[in-house]
Design a protein around this ligand. Structure first.
Ligand code: ATP
Length: 454
């Protein structure tokens, strides 16, 4: 079993992520976060918000509605062209993305992003690119497939209006540019950040939570003046990378990847890729979008998006530097990065998740050495639970209990023993070094607080 499969299994067995609608044999590419996973994901969101809103001077958060006026998607270009080039295999009837087929076949020798649909069809025919499912090379022509999920809104059958589930959170930030600027008396440059759900009817979802049809995005739009925008673009590339390094990622597992083909309005764009067990894949994007988004909303809404600089009296539509990262894709990267199988002295093995303590699902596990110490252990649990997510385990040998906590990445295990009853001290065991120290109970909150700062 490769590491990816082992991580997916661990996720299911240890309460990180379950297959969606499990008891009904699932619904393909939907996943439910379990009790441990929801803590991990919430902590990742908190860490991101801390860096990009709380500690980021002049950045403001919003939480926009998932449903938006359909004109928003006309203005953003999603109704006309948010699509993937799909092809069906005539033999086994499976559906594939033409660009992905070429990428897998050419292994970097050609770049499908730079090809038209006709060029992709020609390449696939000439190279007899095979269907990954059945191995035949009998393809339909390419058809562009819009990725937006639509539904209808209306209280009677004949008054139904078409609305979309948003395919990205960014538009919620753009349409609130004026509201945020005025209500917060914000001065350009400033940022708007949001964490929220997005939905895409992906042609080829898969690889666990890497590509799903419902996912969460963490996006930050930085509004600035054109002549400062390239500097901010570089700054956001660095900030995006620093955030990952601060989370504990090895820099060798991350790389920048500049886009070869830019959207007509974009001045620059790059991704940060992570070396997942499935290969190097996009983790987040940083895009210099010029003044395209605000100009388009100005055109479609009829509302002026001009900003009047109170110091220089200049009037202009701000440029946007967008930083966008998928929360689930980051959660998967955090899981992959944390996973280690260790052989210990004496030949014992353990699986340990080396999460940064700030994102670890539980900060502390309370482990009474024997069941008759549970009153004291509960007292310590109650004390710590006022400050952190804490878990409690009194079943099985202490060694087995340590292993269970290692598998969910709990950074500290607190053992209650008979000395605790005598002198109010406990043993604290470190997940990574497995070293143990003795601490008075009244110092525990301080000790843990210092370890879990991000
Ligand atoms: P990809 O090329 O992988 O489809 P994208 O370039 O379309 O991604 P963006 O539209 O830039 O992605 O979205 C920003 C981020 O949202 C991505 O970097 C990724 O982390 C995340 N994301 C996009 N699509 C999905 C998806 N279907 N499932 C999970 N996360 C996604």
């Amino acid at each position: 079993m490769n590491n990816f499969d082992k991580i997916v299994n661990l996720c299911k067995n240890r309460g990180f992520v379950f297959p969606g609608s499990d008891i009904y044999d699932g619904l393909a590419n939907t996943w439910d976060y379990g009790p441990v996973g929801v803590e991990l994901k919430n902590n990742i969101k908190r860490a991101w918000w801390k860096k990009f809103v709380q500690e980021s001077h002049n950045s403001f958060g919003v939480d926009a509605d998932i449903f938006m006026n359909s004109r928003v998607w006309d203005a953003s270009g999603h109704t006309a062209s948010f699509s993937d080039p799909k092809m069906d295999c005539k033999s086994c009837k499976t559906r594939h993305r033409a660009d992905n087929l070429i990428e897998a076949h050419a292994k970097g020798k050609v770049n499908p992003d730079l090809m038209s649909n006709e060029e992709m069809e020609k390449y696939i025919a000439e190279h007899k690119v095979a269907c990954p499912k059945c191995g035949k090379s009998e393809w339909t022509n390419i058809r562009n497939f819009n990725l937006m999920f639509s539904t209808s809104r209306g209280v009677t059958d004949d008054s139904q209006n078409l609305i979309y589930l948003r395919p990205e959170t960014a538009q919620g930030e753009f349409v609130n540019f004026l509201n945020v600027q005025r209500s917060m008396r914000a001065k350009v440059p400033f940022g708007i950040a949001q964490i929220g759900k997005a939905f895409r009817n992906e042609v080829t979802p898969g690889n666990f939570i890497f590509r799903t049809i419902e996912f969460e995005q963490m996006e930050h739009q930085w509004f600035c003046k054109a002549d400062t925008s390239m500097d901010f673009y570089e700054e956001y590339k660095k900030r995006a990378m620093d955030f990952l390094l601060d989370l504990g990622f090895n820099h060798e597992h991350l790389r920048y990847h500049d886009h070869d083909k830019l959207a007509h309005y974009a001045k620059a764009a790059c991704d940060i890729q992570y070396q997942y067990p499935i290969g190097w894949e996009e983790l987040n994007g940083i895009h210099h979008r010029g003044d395209w988004d605000l100009s388009r909303h100005q055109e479609y809404s009829g509302k002026s998006m001009f900003y009047l600089d109170p110091y220089t009296n200049e009037k202009y539509v701000p440029n946007v530097i967008e930083y966008s990262i998928g929360c689930d894709r980051l959660t998967l990267a955090v899981l992959c990065e944390a996973y280690e199988e260790q052989t210990l002295e004496g030949g014992d093995t353990r699986v340990v998740m080396h999460f940064h303590p700030a994102v670890a699902p539980y900060k502390v596990a309370i482990l009474p050495l024997q069941k008759n110490l549970s009153d004291k252990a509960n007292e310590v649990y109650t004390k710590l639970a006022k400050h952190f997510m804490v878990t409690y385990d009194e079943a099985g040998s202490i060694g087995k209990r340590y292993r269970r906590q290692d598998e969910i990445g709990t950074p500290m295990c607190v053992t209650i023993d008979f000395d605790t009853l005598e002198n109010n001290t406990v043993t604290v065991r470190d997940r990574d070094t497995m070293e143990q120290i003795r601490l008075p109970i009244e110092e525990l909150v301080d000790y843990v607080s210092k370890k879990v700062v991000f």
